[in-house]
Design a protein around this ligand. Sequence first.
Ligand code: FAD
Length: 437
Amino acid sequence: MTAARNTFSTDQHGWAELLPKRQATSALYSDQRVSWTVVGAGLTGLACARRLAELHPDEEILLLEARCVGQAASGRNSGFVVSTSQFPGAIDVDQLENYRRINRINQAGLELLHSQIAANAIDCQWRRDGFHHTAAGAVALKEYQHFLRYLEVLEVAHQPLDKDLMQELLGTDLYQAGIHIADGALVQPAALVYGLADSLPANVKLHEQSPVLEVGQGSPLTLRLTTATVKTDKLILTMNFESATLGFLKSYMVGSTLAGSFTRKLDREELDSLGSLTQWGAISLHSGGATLRLTADHRISIRNTAEYHGSVLLTDGELAKRQTIHRAAFDKRFPKLTHVPFEFGWSGVEGISRNGTNFFGRQRTNVYLAGGYNGSGVSRGTAFGTAIADYASGETSPTVSNCLASAPAAWMPPRPLLDIAAFFKVRSRFKEVGLDR
Ligand SMILES: Cc1cc2nc3c(=O)[nH]c(=O)nc-3n(C[C@H](O)[C@H](O)[C@H](O)COP(=O)(O)OP(=O)(O)OC[C@H]3O[C@@H](n4cnc5c(N)ncnc54)[C@H](O)[C@@H]3O)c2cc1C
């Protein structure tokens, strides 16, 4: 047995800060005997619990969340719901089936979210008309050529854009080229997970602020929480990089801490100084480049820092320092808006593996796990979460097969070597980032 420390740190920053406060569900205070328990209520866990409830309508599905919904990566990401993943470097013909497999998973997740949002009337600024990939400097322009070729070979609908068109659309002359991918969505991530959590089927019992501290052996499995004990036949872990706190994937996944800022709401004149699109998302073709959004509520968000920080959030002081980096990148793109202050800043932790793979499957008898999407987990996490529910229930589906085909993860050394390796791994994404940051 490995015990998690009972310190699931969080703060109130991020996309949740832009929304009315949500009433969290109660913590778990009484012992339980259940068939199914899901640990972690991010996008993966929410999708998993929803699917389990459909598959087992007469059973109660227990969903335990250490923090409040929206406080982890699923509520703090940049809200790009990807259908087609970009892989750095020239297209590798030996990997064509792998690219297609990953894109099928993305597509499955995108469709699931689309239908769940519609069925439950979730108000989350969902906008499914694609987004832009951008290139300013030499490395990103090379990636632009690689990505165009990849999209052509895979027959993905897209539109290449030159500098003038990029400026006309987004209102910045920084980008020398861009690509608009027709499918894919933008979303307010905290509003999305709030809506998903608040519309779970009646046989899912969600308890927030209920960290699982220990997983015992045996059948049924025993889960220890501070205020209760749960006996469960089957357990599904959807805890992202924090699976390690319960002793799972300890040498395979760590957290990388990203940070971004939001401007205050732009006024009419400021909006008119931008391009013709009233909402957009721009994601860099350089792995260290900035991700930007013009949101439905007229703020610009910019995220361009990532670091290994012990898999935890930044303190307010650290965040303030990162905001000088956000500021420089913002001013460089929007010289007419340098007077516009940042109103909010936030950090978030994404789960990364050494070789960029994802995790899916059985960990030990009656224990299943899905997670770790290396910064691309909104659509993929939804698909993985749904598929792990199917898999653990003995069902098959094309998405289960696609998830099962994930490459084995590369091993990481134990601490303190892990800290050093992770530090350099995350730093390497900024190599020659130049203008794109
Ligand atoms: C700043 C940032 C920007 C990103 N931008 C994008 C983007 O634009 N598009 C995209 O596709 N992806 C993006 N990502 C990645 C994406 O957010 C993640 O891949 C995805 O949210 C992972 O979902 P998850 O449910 O697996 O994990 P999480 O959202 O991390 O959820 C895991 C949950 O498990 C809970 N938990 C952990 N331990 C315990 C325990 N012991 N007991 C109970 N509960 C526990 C945690 O509190 C957490 O709520 C971004 C990530 C970050 C940080």
